[in-house]
Design a protein around this ligand. Structure first.
Ligand code: DLL
Length: 436
């Protein structure tokens, strides 16, 4: 039987109740890390803050920030807050740059993770009668085992396919009759293309929903995936340092992702000043864990750029909503002084009728930044008349210039020539970083 919430009491709790719960849990976590993690004790002592100084939720601002660099500096286990014998699982993330970081979970942490992923599945219409096809990578990456745990908690039938071998993914979609697909949006798009190529009518597949995250994606991309696979596509957000997938999740209204506020506190700050910004204003997303035992980060600067709103959601959930992160501060390209996110370029090209198969090549020639947008032609837009191709390229370049203020060279490439991703797509190749 379909249910609306996995945990109605918590997901629809009145604000005052959530605030009270958050404060109690924050106070407990601050004491836990102060007592057990030298880095927190040193930072808090240096800032002149003691655990008992956290008297209201606003006092969170008095606590020091943490960053990926802190995790690297204390690698591997320096920020673990429990003895290793209580840690039952490790995960790791390499990120796009630099050394990997490692995180740990107690059994209680894993139970909470299962719970929040079960909430996400139910919010996407999942029930225990569903077959949940997990094509996120299994292993140290949190995507596979995270959604796996959620599906098992829900009591659904979990199909642990992991990523890769796209032909087999399609056989499983058909033969096993998967109802919900979990993978990155770029892999969902790829699977959709292959389904089409194989001449399979997606409306004949039982698949009805997808839970896609782990990388930025646009509303335009959502619509393309929904059309190709004939499903409803839901967003899910998370990061290794905080838990993995399920930190926030989309409901049927698809107007932002609800943050699991009984376990995490979200703040939006001005990335330059570190000061909080009000609801509705864009800034860097910062998370604090308030129930984690093994690896509770406080005020972790995610580098993701987003907006939050406390406005009431029609689904009845009271958890604050965050926007789709439009990208990361470190993904933002500065092209001759103009700030552009790859997602903005994606919006423009998809609106013009192209598929989300593109790559951005950035370089510096004679001290000037250059941006090339390599974009696959769709079979319909394909032309072997050079003058027509050139006109189309100019047309897209004009549109990018008008809408984003950035001059780019547009190169249309043959359908199928940009490498497809089975995990997180590589959208940007920045040769400037190689020269530096
Ligand atoms: O990507 C966890 C995850 C797995 C989330 C499966 C959702 C689904 P990391 O590899 O540590 O963890 O990467 C975290 O990915 O800081 C964002 O920049 C980005 N990201 C994650 N979800 C979304 C999303 C997993 N829905 C980093 N939209 C984060 C945009 C996302 N970006």
């Amino acid at each position: 039987m379909s249910q609306k919430y996995w945990n109605e009491q918590i997901e629809t709790a009145p604000r005052e109740q959530l605030d009270k719960m958050q404060l109690e849990r924050l106070q407990k976590t601050v004491k836990h890390v102060y007592d057990n993690v030298p880095l927190y004790r040193e930072r808090m002592d240096a800032a002149g803050v003691k655990p008992e100084d956290v008297k209201t939720l606003d006092d969170i601002c008095r606590l020091p920030f943490t960053s990926k660099q802190d995790l690297r500096d204390t690698y591997p286990y320096g920020m673990f807050a429990v003895p290793m014998e209580d840690v039952v699982r490790l995960h790791a993330s390499s990120g796009t740059t630099g050394k990997q970081i490692v995180v740990g979970y107690t059994q209680n942490d894993l139970d909470i993770w299962d719970e929040i992923c079960a909430r996400a599945l139910v919010a996407a219409g999942g029930t225990k009668a569903d077959k949940v096809h997990v094509s996120y990578g299994y292993g140290l990456f949190t995507g596979g085992l995270g959604l796996h745990g959620g599906a098992s908690k829900l009591g659904a039938t979990c199909i642990p396919v992991s990523s890769g071998n796209t032909a087999r993914q399609i056989t499983i979609l058909q033969d096993f009759g998967s109802d919900i697909l979990c993978c990155t949006p770029s892999y969902a798009m790829y699977i959709g293309e292959e389904v089409e190529k194989a001449g399979i009518d997606s409306s004949k597949l039982p698949l009805r929903a997808g839970i896609f995250g782990a990388e930025p994606w646009t509303e335009e991309m959502r619509r393309q995936i929904e059309k190709k696979l004939n499903i409803k596509a839901y967003d899910i957000y998370g990061l290794t340092e905080i838990m993995g997938p399920g930190v926030s999740y989309e409901c049927e209204c698809q107007k932002g992702m609800h943050v699991n506020e009984d376990h995490f506190i979200i703040e939006i700050i001005n990335p330059d000043t570190g000061m909080p910004v009000p609801d509705g204003e864009q800034g860097e997303i910062v998370f604090s864990c308030i129930t984690k035992e093994a690896f509770p980060l406080l005020r972790f600067r995610t580098k993701d750029i987003g907006v939050i709103t406390h406005e009431k959601c029609e689904c009845g959930r009271t958890f604050v909503r965050m926007s789709k992160p439009r990208g990361r501060t470190d993904d933002m390209l500065i092209i001759r002084g103009v700030n552009v996110f790859p997602s903005q370029i994606e919006t423009v090209v998809l609106r013009m009728g192209y598929a989300p198969n593109y790559q951005l090549i950035v370089d510096r020639v004679n001290n000037l930044d250059t941006l090339e947008v390599r974009l696959e032609m769709t079979p319909e837009l394909f032309s072997d008349v050079t003058s027509e191709l050139e006109a189309t390229q100019r047309n897209i370049a004009n549109e990018l210039k008008n809408l984003l203020g950035v001059s780019a060279k547009v190169t249309l490439v043959a359908p199928g020539s940009i490498t497809r991703s089975e995990g997180k797509a590589v959208r940007v190749i920045d040769h400037r970083k190689l020269h530096d």
